[in-house]
Design a protein around this ligand. Structure first.
Ligand code: NAP
Length: 256
């Protein structure tokens, strides 16, 4: 039987990759998208078929979209942008769109999704977050005074406490490079960020994050786990391309 999976943030850069991967595996998954812009859906997917349009700040649209789903993938996030600088040469200033602060999107928006999923009997939620959340003074928290990593982490704890099976994937810096050609490394508590092996860049292709999400939907060892993930550089001499995701998830642990 195929697993019906709702992907929110499906017009986002990682969310779209997850939905495309799920649809490529139609023998196993029925991939449903959730997005707020029909024109963006059409641009990326060609049509709005198997999509629900709505906003994660409104729980009712999420409840409609989650009907019949056994899993939910949360890939929504507030997006910060650079303000047009009024003073030439001044340091850049950042802002969130009106109504799009991290407290609203990354905490209440995620909480709405978790609450709707619990109400509808969803069995498993895969949430993609970000590394860096153990440091309240992380520069990302200062941007637009959004405290984004603090709100993301609060939502992660809400998910853990919800009683629904969870997989929390905290990615390193996202890059748009080919997936499936690197060794992936998992960790916890930002140790890969503060002390990366061999001083490698703490980044990972979005396509690899998407694969980790899709594998997490299938592998029992990914259930009730939260972990950081980065990739080794493609040309690292000792790298062994990650293909055994069960083994990767066996290295991860429960709890925030
Ligand atoms: P992204 O492209 O910014 O996508 C975010 C998605 O959230 C978009 O589809 C956006 O919709 C949607 N969204 C925002 N507010 C919404 C609302 N109120 N209702 C419905 N949808 C809403 O994401 P990404 O760059 O692939 O990142 C994926 C995740 O990884 C995020 O949680 C991000 O914080 C995290 N991460 C990022 C980095 C990095 O280097 N950028 C590093 C580590 C982790 P629209 O398409 O309509 O705008």
């Amino acid at each position: 039987m195929t697993k019906r999976v709702l992907v929110t943030g499906a017009t986002g850069r990682t969310g779209a990759l997850v939905l495309k991967q799920l649809r490529q595996q139609s023998d196993q998954f029925q991939g449903i998208g959730f997005a707020r812009s029909s024109s963006k859906v059409e641009e990326i997917f060609g049509s709005t078929e198997s999509f629900f349009l709505g906003d994660i700040t409104e729980q009712s649209s999420l409840e409609t979209a989650l009907q019949g789903c056994s899993s939910l993938v949360i890939l929504t996030s507030a997006g910060v942008k650079m303000k047009a600088s009024s003073t030439p040469g001044a340091p850049p200033q950042f802002e969130y769109e009106p109504g799009g602060m991290p407290e609203t999107v990354d905490y209440y928006g995620q909480k709405n999704q978790i609450d709707a999923a619990r109400k509808l009997g969803v069995e498993h939620i895969v949430l993609v977050g970000s590394m860096g959340g153990t440091n309240p003074n992380h520069p990302l928290n200062q941007m637009g005074n959004g405290k984004i990593l603090i709100w993301k982490r609060k939502a992660e704890q809400y998910l853990i406490d919800s009683g629904i099976d969870y997989t929390i994937i905290r990615a390193g810096g996202l890059i748009d490079l080919e997936g499936g050609v690197r060794e992936l490394l998992v960790g916890k508590n930002d140790t890969l960020l503060t002390n990366p092996p061999d001083g490698i860049a703490t980044s990972i292709p979005r396509a690899d994050v998407a694969s980790v999400v899709v594998q997490a939907l299938q592998e029992p060892d990914a259930r009730n786990k939260a972990f950081d993930v980065i990739s080794k550089p493609q040309d690292a001499p000792d790298a062994i391309v990650t293909r055994d995701f069960a083994m990767l998830f066996q290295q991860t642990t429960p709890g925030i």
